[in-house]
Design a protein around this ligand. Structure first.
Ligand SMILES: [Zn+2]
Length: 177
């Protein structure tokens, strides 16, 4: 059964032209940010737009979330162990950037690892059009876990096993260049 939900802006009741799979919008009339949840329906969602998005180009939406990681890694053999390097890396809280637009897992992990290692400066800019948002906040945690595993696997040692506890703070939605 297909259930059609009439999506309307929470503030001004303007209908939202929603494409299939899209879950978040900015009302074209009043600027209200909106997020669709299957259970809770439509709720308000804060949107942040970064400076530096070229005119005429659509921005890339990301879920941006600070996280703390407690890591336990085991390697084969004692040579070239990167445990200290890993511990040093995660001693600082890190910011995860999870693509909120449609892309495959490999792209999500590649972008996520690159942006975690070298985070962009988030300077607020003006609202611009952006790629459709299709990644729900509930997917942030498992995708962040994929990024942690990718970062640890890329250290040039014989990683045998990894376990970790990841704590994420509240996610913000940012539209980036
Ligand atoms: Zn509105």
């Amino acid at each position: 059964m297909i259930e059609l939900i009439a999506l309307k802006c929470l503030r001004c009741e303007t209908p939202i032209p929603a494409a299939p799979d899209e879950i978040a919008w900015v009302c074209q009339r009043c600027g209200q940010g909106l997020l669709l949840d299957e259970v809770k329906g439509v709720s308000s969602q804060a949107f942040n737009f970064a400076a530096g998005i070229p005119q005429g180009k659509r921005g890339n939406p990301f879920w941006v979330v600070g996280g703390n990681l407690r890591l336990n890694r085991q390697t084969y053999g004692a040579f070239g162990k990167k445990d200290d390097e890993a511990a040093q890396f995660w001693v600082t809280p890190r910011r995860f950037f999870i693509p909120a637009f449609t892309c495959d897992l490999e792209t999500t992990v590649n972008l996520g690892t690159a942006l975690l290692r070298d985070p962009p400066h988030l300077a607020p800019g003006t609202p611009v059009p952006f790629l459709p948002i299709t990644v729900h906040p509930q997917d942030i945690f498992p995708l962040a876990e994929f990024i942690v595993v990718a970062i640890e696997a890329e250290r040039k040692d014989s990683l045998r096993e990894i376990s970790f506890t990841l704590e994420l703070r509240a996610a913000e939605l940012w539209v980036l260049p």
